[in-house]
Design a protein around this ligand. Structure first.
Ligand SMILES: NC(=O)c1ccc[n+]([C@@H]2O[C@H](COP(=O)([O-])OP(=O)(O)OC[C@H]3O[C@@H](n4cnc5c(N)ncnc54)[C@H](O)[C@@H]3O)[C@@H](O)[C@H]2O)c1
Length: 240
């Protein structure tokens, strides 16, 4: 479970632990990962914190080995980590190419590298779930962040095709605006009303709203669902 130090990733990690999973809480923010793991342990779950930079191949390979050594083969891989905070401050006309490449290396390459690192474990189980956190920005986002999340849709379809024969499904979750600290820090207050107006369910989304869809996609109830991306957005995004 990457990006589990805060926000949606923390809620996902807690939700998976409550469903009975031993959770590898992985994040570049090691202190936050430790905090999430401690919350899970205090909640009678089992979790181990790991430091990882998902944009770095050696780091993701080390994570794969460390998780297998400490918790056994992974069965579920949740690619949730991303650079999301304050991306709206980087319009296409002026974004620095180095910054652009860094965002792509985390948001897109990260899901590739983490899935590559864990795929052998899922394949050897003969059962696995890979979840990729994309966004409604994949459909409606106009800039750099949307571009990274749109590219993930192709990654989801491609991994689904390559892993389907091994009993491994690969699906995406595309949340709408979800009230995390990073979101509230990124989106100006006045935009929150516009976001609500666009939804057919007239309340803001919380991290808990995303946990049920995650558990469904990870369960055997979703055994015949793969290569899909589930929009979880209070009905904000018209289907294309
Ligand atoms: N909050 C929303 O409204 C919203 C909507 C749609 C999609 N999302 C997506 O959901 C995910 C979580 O969003 P959030 O709001 O909880 O944001 P967040 O910033 O709280 O969480 C992102 C986590 O990723 C970690 N991370 C960043 N770079 C990393 C790296 N190189 N290696 C490992 N970990 C790294 C961060 O430390 C952080 O803990 C992201 O993929 C985001 O794009 C969020």
């Amino acid at each position: 479970m990457t990006g589990a130090a805060a926000g949606i990733g923390r809620a996902y990690a807690i939700g998976l632990a409550r469903a009975g999973a031993a959770v590898a809480v992985a994040d570049i923010n090691e202190a936050g990962a430790k905090e999430t793991a401690a919350l899970i342990e205090a909640d009678s779950g089992h979790a181990v914190p790991f430091a990882v930079d998902i944009s770095d191949r050696a780091s993701t390979l080390r994570l794969g080995d460390a998780v297998r050594d400490q918790l056994g083969n992974a069965h579920i891989v949740v690619n949730n980590a991303a650079i999301f905070h304050k991306l709206e401050k980087h319009p296409l006309l002026t974004v620095d190419i180095g910054y652009w490449r860094n965002v792509f290396s985390v948001n897109l390459d990260g899901a590739l590298l983490v899935t590559q690192a864990f795929a052998p474990q899922l394949i050897s189980n003969g059962w696995g779930r890979v979840i990729v956190q994309t966004s409604t920005a994949a459909y409606t986002g106009p800039g750099m962040y949307g571009a990274t999340k749109l590219a993930l849709l192709a990654l989801i379809r491609g991994f689904a095709k390559e892993l389907g024969g091994y009993g491994v499904t690969v699906n995406g979750i595309a949340p709408g605006a979800t009230m995390t600290d990073a979101m509230l820090d990124t989106v100006p207050q006045e935009r929150l009303g516009e976001i609500l107006a666009a939804q057919v369910i007239k309340r803001h989304g919380s991290t808990d709203d995303l946990v049920g869809p995650l558990l469904f996609l990870c369960s055997d109830a979703a055994a015949w669902v793969t290569g899909q991306t589930l929009l979880v957005d209070g009905g904000a995004t018209p289907r294309l």
